[in-house]
Write a protein that binds this ligand. Structure first.
Ligand SMILES: Cc1ncc(COP(=O)(O)O)c(C=O)c1O
Length: 363
């Protein structure tokens, strides 16, 4: 190719998403595959969001509100924070990109657990920062090793709680100790995409930590518990000073009108949120017990998915499941080739998965 491309981009690979339903339909002739691959909400979108979006369709000739005022107000009240502490994005992954664009300089250092959500790496590479990947310890984030990697050049640390792809959880105490021992010049991005699935007795209010740790940025999304992954909307919670920098690089209409309306309605849909949580908690228990009884190693998860160890047969099991219309997530792109990640589905989907998996596993 004659076109010169930035050298630093060559180390990046395109994102590997869960296999789309349409592809399985076309490839295997299965009319309604069960998708347990992308940690989506198995119950669909919040009904209140659907209703609000349907009503708003007639207005889509208008640009969206660039400032997301109604949603911002509602979120600020709901989270008990100031409106100017919120930055809204086209999915929380856009907030990650904004952080990189607004705050990271070339040669500064970024630390991520490894494996982790691949966008963290993208953010570091795009900013020409130096990336350090700290291996998980027994598939949990190793805060001690991350702390040891911190140098005078460290600018940003990504943490995920619960972690993807393992579902492991950082307790409040360990996080606070970690933050206390960190220079205040190091930003910590705490990605809480799966926070709503944590058991209530373990969950803690990370937003309250912002008072003592202004170097903390919390990320949340409407893609998981609120069932709005297809609309693309997420947000960051941070100090007004940092938020202002992100706002300066954000494109004006990054959050589309239907996403704003859907998210605002979904926040009021307490019943749907609770139903979703119970579906995940019960499904998580059911699948953990069923897989364990088949002799499969299941990693304890506080998220809406389970990481399982299946050994060298992982690729074969994944393909055999696909042929039977069940889509799970292979973990090759997460450097966990002997593992699979199963998103928790509806009870009947979980049951179908277990029955099919059992046949394949015991073959
Ligand atoms: C850890 C983690 N963070 C963020 C996201 C992306 O969320 P969003 O859909 O808001 O971009 C995902 C999506 O799977 C994720 O696993």
């Amino acid at each position: 190719m004659d076109i010169a491309v930035p050298k630093y981009l060559q180390q990046l690979k395109p994102y590997v998403a869960g296999k789309p339903i349409a592809e399985v339909q076309a490839q295997y002739g299965i009319s309604s595959p069960t998708k347990l691959a992308s940690n989506e909400n198995p119950l669909g979108p919040s009904p209140k969001a659907i209703e609000a979006i349907s009503k708003a369709l007639k207005d889509i000739h208008r640009y969206p509100d660039s400032h997301c005022l109604s949603l911002r107000r509602k979120l600020a009240t709901y989270l008990q924070i100031e409106e100017r502490q919120i930055v809204l994005g086209n999915g929380s992954d856009e907030i990650m990109a904004l952080i990189g664009q607004a705050l990271l300089l070339p040669e500064e250092e970024v630390i991520t657990p490894y494996p982790a959500f691949s966008i963290y790496e993208k953010v570091a590479v795009m900013a020409q920062a130096r990336l350090f990947k700290v291996p998980l310890k027994e598939l949990k984030i190793d805060l001690k090793k991350i702390r040891e990697k911190v140098s005078s050049k460290t600018k940003l640390i990504f943490l995920t709680n619960p972690h993807n792809p393992t579902g492991s959880f950082l307790e409040k105490e360990e996080l606070v100790v970690f933050l206390k021992n960190l220079p205040s010049s190091v930003l910590v991005v705490l990605d809480e995409a799966y926070i709503d699935f944590v058991q209530p007795q373990r969950r803690f209010n990370s937003i309250a930590l912002l008072e003592n740790f202004p170097n903390l940025i919390i990320l949340r999304t409407f893609s998981k518990a609120y069932g709005l992954a297809g609309l693309r909307i997420g947000y960051g919670i941070l100090t007004p000073e940092l938020a202002r920098f992100l706002e300066t690089v954000r494109y004006p209409f990054n959050v589309n009108a239907l996403a704003q309306i859907g998210a605002t309605a979904a926040l009021d849909d307490k019943d749907f949120l609770e139903k979703t949580q119970h579906t995940i908690w019960e499904g998580r228990q059911f699948l953990t017990a069923a897989l364990t009884s088949l002799g499969v190693k299941v990693y304890p998860s506080e998220a809406n998915f389970l990481l399982i160890y299946v050994g060298k047969k992982a690729k074969k099991i994944y393909e055999d499941l696909l042929k039977k219309g069940i889509i799970v997530r292979p973990m090759v792109s997460y450097a966990l080739a002997d593992y699979l990640r199963i998103s928790i589905g509806k009870p009947e989907e979980n049951q179908a998965f277990i029955e099919t998996f059992k046949e394949i596993w015991q073959k």
